[in-house]
Design a protein around this ligand. Structure first.
Ligand code: HEM
Length: 410
């Protein structure tokens, strides 16, 4: 019998996503969902099954690794709908998110030094400095949009610094990144701007290295003498800048709202600020802005979570659903910043397996500094509108929690 197809456009997913996913999760660990104009996709709803699937090499991110498969992947379809010129396509399709196995491991190994614990830790003073400057300006005005006037300039400056984008060029880069994520803006012009800029930056750092990621990527060879090509660096910068900017920027207002809605948890953090690094995990679980992991494709006929799926079938996982799975999180709807979990268990906001977010430690550090500066070093942050007036952007159906604006008073 054919599986029933669930539509995430169903109003219940907009009105009460947590409840709607809870009902779906109790129906089955794997359900079929449908998007307008596309074939059905399998959606994983439970934590354990998601972790297993995301570590299973038979599920690939590059549709070209499905033997005999013809036709575009979901990413190809998105690029076609954006009219991206052919000569730019390689920058989108050669990034590490879309590679599997040895090729993915190679790219990840070459970029990993830029995300070493030492490098991320060393960013703390700069993150604190930018945050303080932005909040001082904000406090002087008294009120404004926390997303545009604090969270995006903060995460934008941090990712630009990490990559090595010179400070005077950062406003232009941020403008391209904003346009890149705005469905009404010209995607190709902003992508082209970022790619051309990166090409020039590579030349500059090749001639004169600095202590930044571009220089590391240009000059680092692994123990086999392998290094990234220019195209691969451009593609890598595109994915890092976009991955590192929007997700973390939107996490901050989501986490702020979570704490405002849970004053007992905020009071607990104010009383014990040293609990903040641990609390970030609970905030990531609840306030993660990203609804689902990127699609995978079955490289062969296989069984997944007890269900037979066919070669070429697309599979994704609802991060919102798995992060509220009561099999892992007791009383999942409750925010509990002191939540203790068993070893090996935790939220999956950063995904799992070989593609687990490479920027997780950086995102946590930025979140920690933001919550510290917004709530623990001041006492007066409050919403400037009724919470029912806050609106999410309509990007992807099924739970993307990206606010349009987030007005607050300091
Ligand atoms: C709150 C902030 C963030 C969230 C929720 C988040 C979430 C995720 C998730 C769910 C994945 C895995 C997707 C999948 O399996 O299909 C991922 C991968 C990735 N993220 Fe993040 N991310 C965040 C911040 C960052 C930052 C700060 C950076 C870079 C500086 C970054 C760069 C990347 C990259 C490059 C990948 C691909 C890794 C690979 O394919 O090996 N992310 N992220």
């Amino acid at each position: 019998m054919a599986e029933p197809i669930v539509s995430l456009l169903n109003p219940e997913f907009e009105e009460d996503p947590i409840g709607a996913f809870a009902r779906l999760r109790e129906t089955a660990p794997l359900v079929r969902i449908g998007f307008p104009g596309g074939p059905p996709v399998w959606l994983i709803t439970r934590s354990e099954e998601f972790k297993e699937a995301w570590s299973d090499p038979r599920l690939v991110t590059n549709i070209g690794n499905v033997p005999g498969h013809r036709g575009p992947s979901i990413a190809d379809q998105a690029l076609m709908s954006l009219d991206v010129p052919k000569e730019l396509l390689r920058y989108f399709t050669s990034n590490l998110m879309l590679q599997d196995g040895a090729e993915h491991a190679r790219l990840r190994r070459l970029v990993a030094p830029a995300f070493s614990v030492r490098r991320i830790k060393a960013l703390r003073p700069r993150i604190e400095e930018v945050s303080t400057r932005l909040l001082d300006a904000f406090a002087e005005k008294g009120s404004g949009d926390l997303l545009r006037e604090y969270a995006t300039p903060l995460t934008g400056a941090v990712i630009c610094d990490l990559v090595g984008i010179d400070e005077p060029d950062q406003p232009q880069i941020r403008q391209w990144m904003d346009e890149y994520a705005n469905i009404d803006a010209d995607f190709t012009t902003s992508a082209l701007g970022l790619f051309d800029y990166t090409k020039q930056l590579i030349e500059r750092r090749r001639a004169e290295p600095a202590d930044d990621m571009i220089s590391t990527l240009v000059h680092t060879t692994d123990k086999n003498g392998d290094r990234l090509t220019e195209d691969e660096i451009i593609s890598m910068v595109g994915v890092l800048v976009n991955g590192g900017y929007h997700s973390t920027a939107h996490f901050i207002p989501n986490a702020v709202l979570t704490l405002l809605e849970n004053p007992d948890q905020l009071a607990l953090l104010r009383a014990r600020p040293e609990a903040l690094p641990h609390a970030i995990n609970e905030l990531m679980r609840i306030a993660n802005p990203i609804p689902s992991a990127g699609p995978r494709y079955a490289a062969e006929d296989m069984e997944l979570a007890g269900v037979s799926i066919c070669k070429g079938d697309a599979v994704t996982g609802s991060l919102q659903s798995v992060n509220y799975d009561s099999r892992v999180f007791a009383d999942p709807e409750r925010c509990n910043v002191e939540r203790e979990l068993k070893r090996g268990e935790g939220h999956l906001a950063f995904g799992a397996g070989p593609h687990r977010c490479i920027g997780a430690a950086l995102a946590e550090l930025e979140g920690e500094v933001a919550i510290d500066h917004l709530f623990l070093r001041r006492e007066t942050l409050e919403l400037a509108v009724n919470s029912s007036e806050l609106r999410y952007r309509e990007v992807i159906p099924g739970g993307a929690r990206l606010f349009n604006r987030f007005p607050v008073r300091l």
